[in-house]
Design a protein around this ligand. Structure first.
Ligand SMILES: Cc1cc2nc3c(=O)[nH]c(=O)nc-3n(C[C@H](O)[C@H](O)[C@H](O)COP(=O)(O)OP(=O)(O)OC[C@H]3O[C@@H](n4cnc5c(N)ncnc54)[C@H](O)[C@@H]3O)c2cc1C
Length: 333
């Protein structure tokens, strides 16, 4: 089987690695350098986890979380830092109630805690749903590992745009936010996001806050004196390649959320790193055949990194006829 893959973000790399390890003849196209920062997969930490409150995603993550272990084996490198996840906020917040109901319905073990730690504050009246099978991966490290696995398995890299499928074989479009302009009929919205690095110290779990703009954050990475905090809510509309200057209002709100949550964070901003979300109205991915030789894999909605190794396996199964997309209406546009 010959496959051309357009886009070497985490999705394209995982698809390339999986297909090539299964013996496919794979060429991976991307016009940008391997460590570019114009798309969605660059930078430091990304949350990974075994469960969402929604059964659809938890069903996928039940396997998808372990797919990280498979990538670790292939790469012979540890990638997942399993520090647990706290989903926190006012104890009577509707999101915490539905979160617990969802985890109960999915049969996922969790604890309900009302006391914070030395580095992660719970204010009076607040609580957290804590799940142990969760944590973070370093995005640059994980992307490098997936590419190395792909290269060892024989994937050819071409530093160029792919505009149409090669005369032979299939094409897979894993072009991240660039898909929005290529296929405007999908109605995807690209927004600018900023990860804010603040001077501070936090050891322990990653955390997500039940609030309208969903602040979330990470412990220090080894050797780093900063913590990363961001907002999981769409920023201003943009296009890839547009201005990347930080929005001062969003940076200030993120710093305030960090100070509020982390007793050992001064709020001093050390760095702000831009990134792109590709937003679908229903937070789902768009995976569908554009025609009989072109498969679109739009891993959208700002939460796809954790699904990278699973997407690699799923897309390889689709291409090899082991999965039928008709069984996945959630992914159809
Ligand atoms: C600030 C931020 C925080 C996030 N946090 C999390 C998190 O904690 N957990 C989580 O699971 N997810 C998270 N995400 C989401 C996740 O990072 C993205 O969903 C994921 O990285 C998307 O990867 P991708 O490979 O689909 O796209 P990209 O990484 O954008 O890759 C697309 C690639 O396609 C290339 N390309 C474009 N056009 C062409 C063409 N014609 N031919 C060839 N190549 C082309 C581009 O150069 C680019 O390299 C976060 C995203 C952001 C922005």
């Amino acid at each position: 089987m010959q496959v051309s893959i357009a886009g070497a973000g985490i999705t394209g790399r995982c698809v390339a690695a999986t297909l090539a390890r299964r013996g496919a003849d794979v060429t991976l196209y991307d016009p940008r350098p391997s460590d570019h920062t114009e798309g969605s997969s660059h930078g430091r930490s990304r949350i990974v986890r075994q469960a969402y409150p929604e059964p659809f995603w938890t069903k996928i993550l039940a396997e998808g979380y372990d797919d990280w272990r498979v990538l670790e084996q292939w790469a012979d490198e540890a990638l997942v830092n399993e520090v647990g996840l706290w989903y926190l906020g006012p104890a009577d917040h509707e999101e915490l109630a539905t979160g617990r109901e969802g985890l109960d319905a999915c049969g996922v073990a969790y604890d309900w805690v009302t006391t914070g730690t030395d580095t992660l504050r719970l204010h009076p009246g607040e609580a957290a749903i804590t799940t142990p099978r969760a944590g973070w991966v370093n995005a640059d490290q994980a992307r490098a590992a997936a590419l190395r696995v792909a290269q060892v398995a024989g994937v050819r890299e071409v530093r160029a745009h792919l505009d149409q499928p090669a005369p032979e074989g299939c094409a897979v479009w894993t072009v991240g936010p660039w898909i929005a302009a290529k296929l405007p009929q999908l109605g995807l919205r690209v927004t600018r996001q900023w990860a804010v690095y603040l001077r501070g110290h936090h050891e322990g779990p990653v955390w997500i806050e039940a609030a309208d703009d969903h602040p979330y954050g990470f412990p220090n990475e080894p050797g780093e004196a900063t913590v990363k905090v961001a907002l999981h809510s769409p920023g201003p509309d943009t296009t890839p390649g547009s201005a990347r200057e930080p929005d001062p209002t969003i940076v200030a709100r993120t710093a305030e959320a960090a100070r509020h949550r982390l007793p050992q964070c001064t709020g001093e901003v050390v760095d702000v790193v831009p990134c792109l979300y590709t937003n679908a109205k229903d937070d789902a991915f768009r995976i569908f055949w554009l025609n009989e030789r072109e498969l679109v894999v739009a891993a959208c909605s700002g939460h796809a990194f954790k699904f990278g190794p699973w997407l690699g396996r799923f897309v390889a199964d689709v291409l090899q006829g082991h999965e039928d997309l008709a069984n996945w209406p959630e992914f159809q546009p």
